[in-house]
Design a protein around this ligand. Sequence first.
Ligand code: TEU
Length: 549
Amino acid sequence: MDFKKSVVYQIYPKSFCDSNGDGFGDLKGVTGKLDYLKELGVDYIWMTPFFVSPQNDNGYDVEDYYSIDPRYGTMEDFEELSREAKKRGIRLMLDMVFNHTSDRHEWFQKALAGDPKYKNFYIFKKGKANGEPPTNWESKFGGNAWKYVEKFDEYYLHLFDVSQPDLNWDNPEVRQELQKVIRFWMGKGVKGFRFDVVNLISKDKYEDDYEGDGRRFYTDGPRIHEYLQELNAATFGTDAEIITVGEMSSTSMENCYRYASEDGKELSMVFSFHHLKVDFVGNEKWVIVPYDFQKLKHILFDWQTHMTEHHAWNAVFWCNHDQPRVVSRFGDEGRYWKESAKMLGTVIHCLRGTPYIYQGEELGMTNPHFDQISQYKDVESLNHFRILQEKGLPESAVYEILKIHSRDNSRTPMQWDGGKYAGFSDAEPWISVNPNHVRINAESEMQDDDSIFRYYQKLIRLRKDYDVVAYGDLEPLDEKHPSVMAYRRTWKDQELLVISNFYGKEVTWDAGRGLDGYTRLLGNYEDSRLSGTKAELRPYEAVVLYKSL
Ligand code: TEU
């Protein structure tokens, strides 16, 4: 399957569908919803980790890469899911968390028991003479990134939670063990892999960072390309049908040219996150600032044009299980909920790159606005609830920040119907259902021709029907316009214009070219108001125009 013509749907199994009434989503739940995904029209499903795990970070803390966590089901359930998906022309993409394991992983347990072979699977270092940890690096989830182990009088590195020790990729035995994991899942017919924070695996120097939180010493590190090429050659590179995506934390574009080069030596594509920091202050996300629209456009366009020039491929997306809901973030979840959700979908799906849809995005699911700490489950949110108060913020201000930035915003149960638990489960879910499921749910949207769901179907279809959507080059139009994002795509004799109003105010936009010769392929209003070179755009209006040259 050509990944440039494909669309990937991300499933967070814990929150997707619960088949056995324990309040916790599972693999059988996913199998039961394959017809829904087939109807939507997606080609791949990426599932976040369902391997055996203590679930401190919802499965990103893997205890055993070869077994399914009983909470999610059994290997038979996985095989059934894989067979049923295949019947529907849907392929599975698994999530490989290789930067770290759980501290409950057998390797780490042996390391802690003092076995030197396994100690060398992780990164243990002596502290400073003054009793401080080896470096001042910060964990991504808050606090210092080193944990003291008294028995050895040494610290181990954990860039994420203390229960997620980083693996030592400089040890060839570690790399070989991880290759085995990929080969095992390839043997099960898996045709896609997502690699979690994979650009952090090659650590550079272990030094204090006086300019930042330490990331410059391990991001896109010195041996990263070598390690990816080795993994590729030893595993998935032998099967041309397999597609891969690397999650690249704080990466640079120059490195992404190589990670996602079309020569296929490393990965098929990359997730980069710069466009999702436009409502941060620098790298600081625990703040409330309006998002910077100019910056958003600039970053997206920059990646689009430069990755094309360097023959590299993007994954394009707004949402995942770590990000707040996009309609709440860059749209208007109130008055223009439907218009803005469709507009944001249009922008992503008409870009050059493989689009990813995160479960519920196709319904326009919103942030839940939790205002009780008991409603928050994510380790990062719980840590920052404490850290921000220690820094002096009143509790009420901390809630306002969590309502905007918590990763739990995207983790509430999938809204299947208007019933008690949104059709997700018969029992009380592990995390609260968003009360707006009575209005926003799959059942009602599937009965409505004008719904966000029906619109996403059309967006997916566009990529299949028009080569220009999949392969075309991109040229930004009127880049500095204060409220419109517009671009032109061209491929052979096909041309596409994509025009979107990001605000709730009407605006007249001048395309600088006659719009008469174009056919309207799609829009989020019943018609489009075009005359001469001008497009009159209503609140959050998006329109896709096409011309065959
Ligand atoms: O996330 C990597 C990551 O760095 C972030 O997106 C993270 O959520 C953010 O820095 C917090 O502000 C990946 C996974 O997607 C995430 O769910 C895991 O928690 C993390 O790696 C560790 O495995």
